[in-house]
Design a protein around this ligand. Structure first.
Ligand code: SF4
Length: 476
């Protein structure tokens, strides 16, 4: 979470930097195009893709309508299996719990499988404070950890880097003795390094793609098998789950996992699906002695019953990022926090107050609303979303919320504009006045009263005479 706290000026600076970087733009565009095409082919192979999407939406709706009950059932079953459960209302509680587990078990090293929830809480720093070093084991996550960055895409964290840049990082930060840019050799180097850490680690930390209440299981999908290593090799396993990632039954899980993989990467199923059901039982060959499930709220339950509750349906597939014309030009770092692209533009303002170092009403929380403006509202994200989340409507809802909190001068300026354009005569007069006054605005680069709004936009070049005037004069 390198760019927190968020400010409007840092958001703008990062966007400008990203847009001015042709290598980043080409890396991002190439990768998301590949996934977009694969997704489209995978959906073409389905008999009734829209029916499946509706069914998935129904599942999410069912779970949310009984959220407390389903979460309670999951927790009860984890406890019955001999696991431990932490209900974490915020990031600080979640981090303190995991840090306590590390301290109590004497863990000096931890391996982590990709987890957005722990990115959200800033867990690695909290563990460093108690002397426990975390190694990210998803290849993309490890690359960005070495580069001291945060994920640029929710399922392809190092999407912004090409193999030459990855080779540079491995050489400079991971001691790769013989430089290579061959993907197979880079992967082999990473595998060797990570394998040593898996075997040494005291603590395994994972995210959770799904918590299945019916059996108290947590499901993790990976394409590299690292999830399997993290959940079985260390003696203690802590799974950190965003509270919305729960389903009630395996039938629901089956539907969700199928659409998750197809929407994310176009795969029929992700390469590895690891299921952990409590700690290792007697007679079992591998698995942890201790299993902990951290259920992270961090602002999620505040969304229930609001117009933004739809966001709790998100299955983190990344399909909305892959079709977003803004995301493909900037990558994820421009968005400033853990979540990027259209889903991030909605989620970041909603969770910003919960992020470490923020707070309700804080400047950071207010600034975070700015990302909702970083969208063309083209609607491609809505069309791509397997759960049919109306991202475009949610973005507009956030903009309305921000407009209601705008400075008085800005609100007066917009009211004056609305009133001026409410009759044809006033509309024509203001346009004529704007055409005469545009020289001043062009010199300033902004308009008095709506400076914040106009600063980031190119003002249109108004003709000296309107079309109506030309028409009335018989010029056209
Ligand atoms: S908003 Fe929809 S498309 Fe985007 S990550 Fe979430 S589920 Fe996937």
């Amino acid at each position: 979470m390198a760019d927190w706290p968020l400010t409007t000026s840092t958001l703008r600076r990062r966007t400008a930097t990203a847009v001015a970087d042709p290598v980043l733009r080409s890396n991002v565009a190439n990768a998301v195009d590949r996934f977009r095409v694969a997704k489209s082919a995978a959906y073409d192979r389905l008999h009734e893709p829209d029916e499946l999407r509706r069914a998935l939406r129904g599942v999410r709706g069912d779970v949310l309508s009984r959220w407390d009950e389903v979460l309670g059932r999951l927790a009860d079953n984890v406890l019955a299996l001999g696991g431990h459960v932490c209900w974490a209302p915020d990031a600080a509680t979640a981090n303190a719990y995991v840090a306590d587990v590390a301290r109590r078990t004497g863990a000096r090293t931890a391996v982590k499988s990709k987890s957005m929830a722990t990115e959200e809480t800033g867990l690695n720093a909290a563990l460093a404070d108690v002397g426990c070093t975390v190694t990210e084991t998803d290849l993309g996550e490890w690359i960005i950890q070495l580069a001291d960055e945060h994920p640029s895409h929710i399922i392809i964290p190092a999407v912004h880097r090409n193999r030459h840049q990855i080779a540079d990082t491995f050489e400079a930060e991971a001691g790769m003795a013989e430089r290579t840019t061959e993907p197979d050799e880079l992967t082999a180097f990473a595998r060797g390094e990570l394998r040593r850490r898996f075997l040494k680690a005291d603590l395994g930390i994972t995210g959770v793609n799904l918590g299945v209440a019916e059996t108290g299981s947590v499901v993790l999908v990976t394409n590299e098998g690292n999830g399997r290593m993290v959940t079985t090799a260390p003696r203690v396993h802590v799974a950190v789950m965003g509270a919305e990632r729960v389903v009630d039954t395996w039938d629901q899980a089956d539907l969700l996992l199928g659409l998750l993989s197809k929407s994310a990467t176009g795969q029929t199923l992700t390469s590895y699906t690891s299921i952990t059901t409590g700690p290792r039982r007697e007679g079992e060959a591998d698995g942890p002695d201790e299993f902990h499930l951290v259920i992270l709220d961090n602002g999620r339950s505040d969304l229930l019953g609001t117009e933004f509750a739809e966001m709790l349906n998100c299955i983190r597939c990344g399909a909305c990022l892959n079709v977003c014309p803004v995301y493909r030009q900037t990558g994820g770092h421009a968005y400033g926090w853990v979540y990027s692209g259209p889903m991030g533009a909605v989620l970041t303002p909603l969770l910003a107050a919960e992020a470490p170092g923020s707070g309700h009403g804080s400047a950071t929380a207010r600034h975070a609303h700015e990302v909702a403006n970083a969208s063309t509202l083209c609607g491609a994200c809505m069309e791509a979303c397997p759960v049919e989340i109306p991202l475009q409507d949610l973005l507009l809802g956030l903009r309305r919320r921000k407009a209601a909190e705008a400075p008085r001068s800005e609100r007066v300026a917009w009211s004056a504009w609305a009133s001026a354009w409410s009759t044809p005569t006033r509309y024509r007069r203001t346009l004529a006045a704007a055409a005469r006054g545009q020289g001043l605005a062009a010199r300033l680069g902004w308009l008095p009263g709506v400076r914040q709004w106009t600063e980031g936009r190119a003002l249109p070049d108004l003709p000296r005479r309107t079309f109506t005037e030309h028409w009335e004069a018989g010029d056209v």
